[in-house]
Design a protein around this ligand. Sequence first.
Ligand code: BEZ
Ligand code: FE
Length: 286
Amino acid sequence: MTETDFQDLTDEALRRWGTAHTPRLQELLTGLVRHLHDYAREVNLTEDEWMAAIQWLTRTGQISDDKREEFILASDVLGLSMLVVQLNHDFDPAATPATVLGPFHIDGSPAAPYGFDMSEGIDGVPLFVTGTVTDIAGRALPGAVLDVWQADSDGLYEAQISEAEEARLRAKYETREDGTYCLRSVVPLGYSIPMDGPVGSLITQTDISHYRPAHIHFLIDEPGYRRLITHIFEDGTRYLDNDVVFGTRKELITQFVHHAHGVAPDGTDFDSPYVTAEFNFVLQPE
Ligand code: BEZ
Ligand code: FE
């Protein structure tokens, strides 16, 4: 084939996929064909490399199920998930920034009262997170639901633990009349993303750190406001500057204050150490 033949093949593929039945689908599919063809040309893709890539995609599909989302993980470590978040959330600077959902959110977490301990029965230093949910003018949003999830001290989410029968380290908290919320959990630790699948096997062929800094996930979906998917991160924790999924934002970093003993925000009198953190969520209007 000559260089001209290559170009003709691309043109013909673009013509075919340009027959998609909506303008948006045409744009998405012809853009994909154009970039895939350009990529193959740019790197001079060999047949062995093409086959290795196909087998990698096959394994990524085969290892995924209703609890494991290896394609999301692949998108996360390639920086694509965070890029899509940035493209779609040009929030007011006063609003809390969004970050990646990650592969471990579970729908339908139980409703939890103010101060509920979502870590019951799980080892770790008690942590209380308090704060408010407001709009960008500072008005309190009563009844806003904070869907919260985090990993345990082994870096494992409920979705990764097959024997988990009850909700584990996840719950839905509602704000009170004055927009305040309070959750009780355990101090999160930084953890490695799952490395036993095709994403891990690619990462081990690079110098990329496969860790995420300690964080807690939040999803707030309040009518009239843009859905906020975000995390909070502990100030000073490891991996903040090289999060494997590019998910950190300086606005999401908060102090975790260590107390030797004292009265916690839910009124519990501790004679042993506990930690408090404060984070005020600000929602972007629709
Ligand atoms: C998480 O924080 O749960 C997560 C996000 C992206 C990839 C792996 C884990
Ligand atoms: Fe996480």
